[in-house]
Write a protein that binds this ligand. Structure first.
Ligand code: FCB
Length: 455
């Protein structure tokens, strides 16, 4: 299919954007009153992050915000998804508000709006103020209440400029990777800590939506989830049943309370003693009506039964040999995205969906002011085509954000993995638009905007 045909498959009002997150790009870790987050602490611990990389400088976006916004505008996108750093706004998580932190986001929002872009803000993209970790972090219910206060502060000061706010980015990562496998900050490895943090995150989301709606009822509120797109590893009954359990454990823990007001039966039965106390009031708070759902999708997973493991007695197995993968080792399968959205829609009454992240890490080389990344172009083209299939099939998908605007701090992988449409030379901080960035701009330019006048 030609790019023109692909571009014309999207309705005129479809939103094309690029995405980033505060900790991954901002740097300026101790400037203007910012205090450390759990990722500052974690990345400074030996052995936690590849190559000992930290977010101290990152892409130095804090100092290059205006030129980075020019860069975004030059890509021809409609929208920019970014996150607000809690440790800039309320540096200790609770208590004193840091006006300089809010000033930065006010300037950022003004710059976004001045360039005719739509801001899509996320309140929490993993940078919990370290001070709160000392009080139990996400395993403590207090953190949910502190988050709601932070959300209210943001709504009061920045709400006039915000049209769309997501509370959390990928609470599965914050809870499972942060508290069960220990790959992410705070690096804990404990089942009850995982389950407690998942519940606190869910609760924090609900309380924050309530708090922000009370201040700014007209803003669109949502959450960003990285639902896993699952396939049984074989047609056997054991693998099919294992996939169901895996799904309840990883996806159900968030989708069920958010959209059905309950935790999945299987999880509560199997892990009841490890589950935190959950009240019916909590469940009512968590299930707020949402204006949108953000879905981040990168790769599918194949699930096999493994009776030697504790509940869910299942594990993700590698794809068949020879399956194309990215530099993360993640299988490339655009069909996994459409499968996921169709499955979610069939199970839950969902609000409009935005694909808030999608993209690939590849080994890019910058030479003579150019980066040739045909694999990323192919990745984006295939996934956008899957999104177009969904739109044409009647799924209410309203936008797509490429991850990421530019190469950045890829969590436990540090700067070793490059996801950007723009290459960053970390020594000079020079930005170079990759072929994929040019391709994305051209695709967006080929859209049929004739509906605009009518809209
Ligand atoms: C997602 C994160 C994002 C980025 C991509 C590759 O899980 O939300 O910050 O690291 O993965």
């Amino acid at each position: 299919m030609s790019d023109l045909t692909l571009a014309r498959r999207f309705p005129p009002e479809f939103v094309f954007g690029v995405a980033t997150a505060a900790f991954q790009i901002e740097g300026a870790a101790s400037e203007d009153g910012r205090k450390p987050s759990i990722w500052d602490a974690f990345s400074h611990m030996p052995g936690r992050v590849e190559n000992g990389d930290t977010g101290d400088v990152a892409c130095d976006h804090y100092h290059r915000m205006e030129s980075d916004l020019d860069l975004i505008a030059s890509l021809g996108v409609d929208a920019y998804r970014f996150s607000i750093a809690w440790p800039r706004v309320i540096p200790e998580g609770r208590g004193a508000i840091n006006d300089k932190g809010l000033d930065f986001y006010e300037r950022l929002l003004d710059g976004i709006l001045a360039r005719g872009l739509k801001p899509f803000a996320t309140l929490y993209h993993w940078d919990l103020p370290l001070e709160l970790q000392g009080r139990g972090g996400w395993t403590s219910r207090e953190t949910a209440h502190a988050f709601a206060v932070y959300a209210e502060v943001v709504a009061k000061r920045l709400g006039d400029r915000l049209s769309s706010v997501a509370t959390l980015n990928e609470p599965w990562c914050s809870s499972f990777l942060g508290h069960f496998t220990g790959e992410h900050a705070p690096g804990e490895r404990n089942l009850s800590a995982f389950l407690a943090s998942a519940h606190t995150l869910n609760l924090a989301h609900g309380l924050a939506v309530q708090a922000m709606r009370a201040v700014r009822p007209d803003t669109a509120y949502g959450i960003v989830l990285n639902a896993k797109s699952l396939h049984p590893a074989s047609a056997g009954a054991a693998d099919i049943a294992a996939t169901g359990r895996f799904d309840a454990f990883h996806n159900g823990l968030f989708f069920e309370p958010l959209f059905n007001g309950r935790y999945p039966d299987g999880v509560s039965e199997a892990l009841g003693s490890a589950m935190p106390a959950v009240t019916s009031e909590d469940l009512a708070v968590i299930r707020q009506p949402l204006d949108f759902l953000g879905i981040n999708y990168y790769t599918p997973e194949h699930v096999a039964a493994d009776p030697s493991l504790a509940y869910p007695a299942a594990r993700a197995v590698p794809p068949p040999l020879g399956t194309p993968v990215t530099d993360m080792g993640w299988e490339i399968d655009a069909g996994g995205l459409s499968h996921l959205i169709r499955q979610l829609r069939s199970r839950y009454a969902l609000p409009p969906i935005y694909i808030t992240e999608n993209g690939g890490a590849f080994r890019d080389a910058c030479a003579d002011g150019a980066v040739h990344d045909p694999e990323r172009v192919a990745y984006l083209r295939d996934h956008l085509s899957a999104v177009a299939d969904l739109v044409e099939g009647g799924s209410d998908v309203r936008g797509y954000f490429a991850w990421s605007l530019m190469d950045n701090f890829e969590w436990a992988w540090g700067y070793a993995k490059r996801f950007g449409l723009v290459h960053v030379d970390y020594a000079s901080q020079e930005r170079t638009i990759k072929d994929s960035g040019h391709w994305y701009r051209d695709l967006i330019g080929l859209r049929d905007r004739s509906g605009d006048a009518a809209a």
